[in-house]
Design a protein around this ligand. Structure first.
Ligand SMILES: [Zn+2]
Ligand SMILES: [Zn+2]
Length: 288
């Protein structure tokens, strides 16, 4: 199993050390783990690594890599925020710390005349002004050429009807293909609440993201996919990765990529998780 998106206590709103995450991931059956704590970013210091912690963070990863060699491959990653104008800040960080994998994600969106929207503020995600900015930022993220994969681009499905999302994402397909970037299949949607379409109530257990409407278009365009639990605690190591593959495989998903030294390695899903082929397809996973 590959898990290319995971957090430790270095992200501040997550728990568990690198060592604890490594051990929990081995227990969960993960073979290739990329640790991707939130990179330093000017917007706040409470939800991410501080620049002063980066050396210790990478030392911890190196220590775990050596300690568990033969049991699990541990790779050096960061999840970067993207907002227009932050490219040089991120470029400097990338130049200083060689990574295996760089995820670019949009978590914060500046909407004129409003407090900055956070993508977990579900009631605010359907507003046209927000959507205009969110998708403009995604376009900037894809165009800036700094990242290997776009992280949880479809997280808005916690709040947004899929047809609206697909219509908004459509213009991004060509730039995404040109960029060569991977699209991340993020399993945290399986654990997160969403707004029920009819009542607008926040509920658990509904499939929100990844977008089952978008995946076939991305496959047709040969866009590579990465996959990750986005765990924020050792108990969620590898969570949802097998379920996602089970549900998305019938849509045509056949290959998953991960990154080593910023180079993409593609893995055939047949060799990845043989049990996906069994009759347990989709069982236990939230259905749309
Ligand atoms: Zn994220
Ligand atoms: Zn994350």
């Amino acid at each position: 199993m590959i898990d290319s998106h995971s957090h430790t206590y270095y992200s501040k709103h997550a728990t568990g050390s690198v060592d604890e995450l490594a051990r929990a991931s081995i227990a969960a059956g993960v073979n290739i783990l990329t640790i991707t704590d939130h990179a330093p970013f000017p917007v706040d210091a409470d939800n991410r690594l501080l620049a002063s912690e980066l050396d210790r963070y990478f030392d911890d990863i190196e220590e775990a890599r050596m300690a568990y060699e033969g049991q699990i491959t541990i790779l050096r990653g960061l999840e970067f925020d993207y907002m227009p104008g932050t490219e040089s800040f991120t470029r400097d960080l990338l130049a200083r710390y060689p990574l295996d994998f760089a995820i670019g994600s949009v978590h914060y969106v500046e909407v004129p005349g409003e407090p900055t929207v956070k993508v977990w503020e579900l009631p605010r995600l359907a507003a046209e002004a927000f959507l205009d900015r969110y998708f403009a930022n995604l376009e900037g993220l894809v165009a800036c050429g700094l990242f290997d994969a776009v992280g949880h681009a479809d997280t808005l499905l916690r709040s947004l009807p899929e047809d609206v999302f697909l219509r908004r994402f459509e213009p991004l397909l060509a730039p995404l293909v040109r960029s060569g970037m991977a699209f991340e299949l993020n399993a945290s949607g399986l654990r997160k609440s969403s707004l029920a379409p009819l009542t607008g109530q926040e509920v658990q257990g509904l499939w929100s993201y990844p977008s089952q409407g978008l995946v076939p278009s991305l496959i047709a365009l040969d866009v590579p996919f990465t996959i990750g639990s986005d765990t924020h605690a050792p108990k969620d190591a590898g969570a949802g990765v097998a379920e996602l593959m089970s549900v998305l495989r019938p849509l045509g998903l056949g290959r998953i990529s991960y990154y080593r030294g910023r180079r993409r390695v593609e893995v055939d899903m047949e060799t990845l998780l043989p049990e996906v082929k069994s009759t347990t397809l989709g069982q236990g996973a939230p259905r749309p």
